[in-house]
Write a protein that binds this ligand. Structure first.
Ligand code: SAH
Length: 256
């Protein structure tokens, strides 16, 4: 009897081409795919015709399938000898609950593997032309959540982040933007620090809004920024402006 396997797979940040070869192969050979909200439909279209596709996404604040239920279903399908893919946006181990699901499987004695994906911070850094590190400008970056498990502003050490990290990338931060902005300013980060909001990064609907830390909340309101979106704070946001200007000059000299 063939044994089942659960592959916990990162689907990448949005652009369906930003997936690993290994992840795509697993999708193509899966018997069952349990997928999240942020997974691109074009990737699901890669599945075999007879494959079972199960949606288990959560809209912010709403839970369509409990974490416990997801774990139990993954284990049940694998126990029947199926090849199961648990497909998640970005990387499964970065704010993706991949670790929790792997623990459930391990406890149940089910074989599993983790296939990484390009996390949205890395995907949107490229698409927005905001390098996470840049010689002389940024030697460190941190990825943090803006929302805590109780739904209010995250209890990360904003005091330390304000001073010890060059490029700060905040996931799940849009609903907590006023508090996040307040925490960073209150702990002494300059209001002039360049900052960006990136909505639906790497997709055809991507929007990139830049300004300063002090302006972030009003920019988000003005442009009605919605999830999924990332907040980036740091001097390397200015590299984007430089690159864009040079790109424009290069294009102008080609046409002119
Ligand atoms: N595991 C995912 C993150 C899941 S948490 C990863 O590695 O990227 C969900 C948060 O990720 C969203 O609230 C948003 O902050 C961010 N996110 C995911 N996809 C995004 C995208 N295409 N553009 C901007 N932010 C994105």
């Amino acid at each position: 009897m063939s044994r089942g396997l659960v592959s916990i797979v990162g689907a990448g940040p949005g652009d369906p081409e930003l997936i690993t070869v290994k992840a795509l192969k697993r999708i193509q050979s899966a018997d069952v795919i349990m997928y999240d909200r942020l997974v691109n439909d074009q990737l699901l279209a890669e599945a075999r015709e007879g494959a079972l596709r199960i949606y288990c996404g959560k809209a912010p604040g709403l839970h369509s399938m409990s974490q416990e239920m997801i774990g139990r279903m993954l284990a049940a399908h694998a126990a029947e000898g199926k090849q199961v893919v648990r497909l998640k946006g970005g990387d499964p181990f970065i704010f993706g609950r991949g670790g929790e699901e792997a623990l459930v499987l391990a406890e149940a004695g089910i074989a599993f593997e983790i296939i990484p994906g390009i996390t949205s911070a890395v995907g949107t850094s490229a698409s927005s032309l905001i390098p996470l590190t840049h010689r002389g400008v940024a030697s460190s970056f941190a990825c943090v959540t803006g929302t805590g498990s109780d739904g209010s502003v995250s209890s990360v050490r904003w005091d330390l982040l304000a001073h010890s990290v060059d490029t700060l990338v905040i996931y799940m931060g849009i609903s907590q933007l006023p508090q996040i902005q307040h925490e960073l300013l209150h702990h002494g980060k300059s209001g002039h620090t360049p900052a960006a909001l990136i909505e639906r990064g790497t997709t055809s609907e991507e929007r990139i809004i830049t300004g300063t830390l002090a302006e972030l909340h009003s920019l988000a309101l003005l442009h009605q920024v919605n999830n999924p979106a990332l907040i980036m704070v740091g001097e390397s946001v200015l590299i984007r402006e430089q690159l864009l200007q040079m790109q424009q000059a290069a294009n102008a000299s080609m046409t002119g």
